[in-house]
Design a protein around this ligand. Structure first.
Ligand code: KG4
Ligand code: ZN
Length: 322
C-alpha cells in the first residue's frame, strides 16, 4: 500500500492506494486565497503545515489501516510553490525514514497524466495528453506513464491562470475557472468571436492575448451580456485546446488523446472535446472529475508505476519549483 501526499500549490491532500483501488482520499482545499484573486505562497505553506498531519491521519483512518500496512510513502516533488512542496515532501521523507520504508518523489505533471488511469476505461498508449492547470499548459506524447515527451507548452499564461485572471477582472473569487463556467452556462457561446492565438512553435500555446481580448471586448461592447462574453471566451479556449490536441494526434499518427488537470473539470470543454474526438475517430481519455484538480490519488498512481519499476528516491532528494 502506498501513502501519497500532494501539497504543490493550495490543496492539501493525502491518499491510500493498493495498486488497484483508492482506499481513501482526503483533500482540504484552502479557502484563504479566495478573496485575493490568486494563491499567496506564504499562506499556502502555513495552511499545509496545519492541515497535512490531519489529512494523513484521516486518510489512514478512512482506509482502516495503520502505518504497518504501508510499503512506500510518496509525495509531489515539483513543479509548484517551493514552500508548499517542502511541507509535503519533508513530511513524507520523515515518515519514510521513521517507518524504514522507501520514499518516492513524484513529478506533479507526471501525476496529472497518471490521473487518466483512475478512469473507468484502462488507457492504452501511446497517447497525446494535454495537461491544463493553473500553472501549466503542456502538450505531451505519452509512450508509457513513465516515458513522456514534451511537445509544446504555453509561452505566457497557463490556461487555468487565464480563467483566473478573466474571473478576477469580473471581481469573482479564486479559483476563477468554475466561476466563469457557471456564468458561461447562461450565455451564448457564439455571441462574440475571439481571435485564435498564434505561436511560433506549432505545439505551443499562448493565452495572454485571449485574456486581453476579453478585457477589450468587455470595454468596447457594453451591449454584450457578461454571460455571453464568458460563454464565447470559454468556447474560444475550448476550440483552441481541442484543435491542437487533434492536430497533434493526426501529426504523430496516434489515435488517442487525453485531457487532465484542473481545467479538465470544465464541462463545456469536456463535451466539446468529446464531440470532436468522435468526429475525428480518436479515442478520448478524460481525467475523472474528482481527480482533475490537484489531488493525492494521482500522486499515488504515478508513484505506483515507479514502485513497480524499483524507482525509489533517496531521502536526500529535495523539491524543485520549476
Ligand atoms: O490542476 P489544478 O488544481 O492546480 C494546478 O496544478 O495548477 O488546476 C487549478 C486551475 C485553476 O486555474 C482553476 O481556475 C482551473 O484549474 N479550473 C477550471 C475549472 N475548475 C478549475 N478552469 C476552467 N473550468 C473549470 N471548471
Ligand atoms: Zn496540478
Amino acid at each position: 500500500m502506498v501513502l501519497a501526499i500532494e501539497t504543490s500549490c493550495d490543496d492539501t491532500a493525502a491518499c491510500l492506494y493498493d495498486g488497484e483501488r483508492i482506499l481513501s482520499h482526503v483533500v482540504y482545499r484552502q479557502e484563504v486565497h479566495a478573496t485575493v484573486g490568486g494563491v499567496i505562497p506564504e499562506w499556502a505553506s502555513r495552511e499545509h503545515e496545519v492541515k497535512l498531519p490531519l489529512a494523513v491521519v484521516e486518510a489512514l483512518s478512512q482506509a482502516g489501516v495503520d502505518w504497518t500496512n504501508l510499503r512506500v510513502v510518496a509525495a509531489a516533488q515539483g513543479p509548484g510553490l517551493l514552500g508548499s512542496l517542502l511541507i509535503g515532501s519533508t513530511f513524507a521523507r520523515a515518515l519514510a525514514a521513521a517507518w524504514n520504508i522507501p520514499f518516492i518523489g513524484v513529478h506533479h505533471l507526471e501525476a496529472h497524466i497518471a490521473s487518466i488511469e483512475l478512469g473507468e476505461k484502462p488507457p492504452l498508449y501511446p497517447m497525446i495528453v494535454l495537461v491544463a492547470t493553473g500553472g501549466h499548459t503542456h502538450l505531451y506524447r505519452v509512450l508509457h506513464p513513465l516515458r513522456i515527451e514534451l511537445l509544446g507548452r504555453t509561452v505566457d499564461d497557463a490556461v487555468g491562470e487565464a480563467f483566473d485572471k478573466v474571473a478576477a477582472s469580473l471581481g469573482l473569487p479564486y479559483p476563477g475557472g468554475p466561476q466563469i463556467e457557471k456564468l458561461a452556462a447562461q450565455g451564448n457561446p457564439f455571441a462574440f468571436a475571439f481571435p485564435t492565438p498564434r505561436t511560433t512553435g506549432v505545439w505551443d500555446f499562448s493565452f495572454s492575448g485571449l485574456k486581453t481580448a476579453f478585457l477589450y471586448a468587455r470595454r468596447d461592447h457594453p451591449e454584450l451580456r457578461t454571460e455571453d462574453l464568458c460563454a464565447s471566451w470559454q468556447h474560444a479556449v475550448s476550440v483552441y485546446l481541442t484543435d491542437k490536441l487533434i492536430r497533434a494526434a493526426q501529426a504523430f499518427h496516434i489515435p488517442r488523446i487525453g485531457l487532465v488537470g484542473g481545467v479538465a473539470s470544465n464541462q463545456y470543454l469536456r463535451q466539446y472535446l468529446h464531440s470532436q474526438a468522435e468526429k475525428h475517430s480518436l479515442e478520448l481519455y478524460l481525467a475523472p472529475l474528482q481527480y482533475c484538480m490537484d489531488n493525492a490519488a494521482m500522486i499515488a498512481v504515478a508513484a505506483w508505476h515507479r514502485y513497480a519499476n524499483g524507482l525509489y528516491s533517496p531521502l536526500t532528494e529535495t523539491p524543485f519549483a520549476r
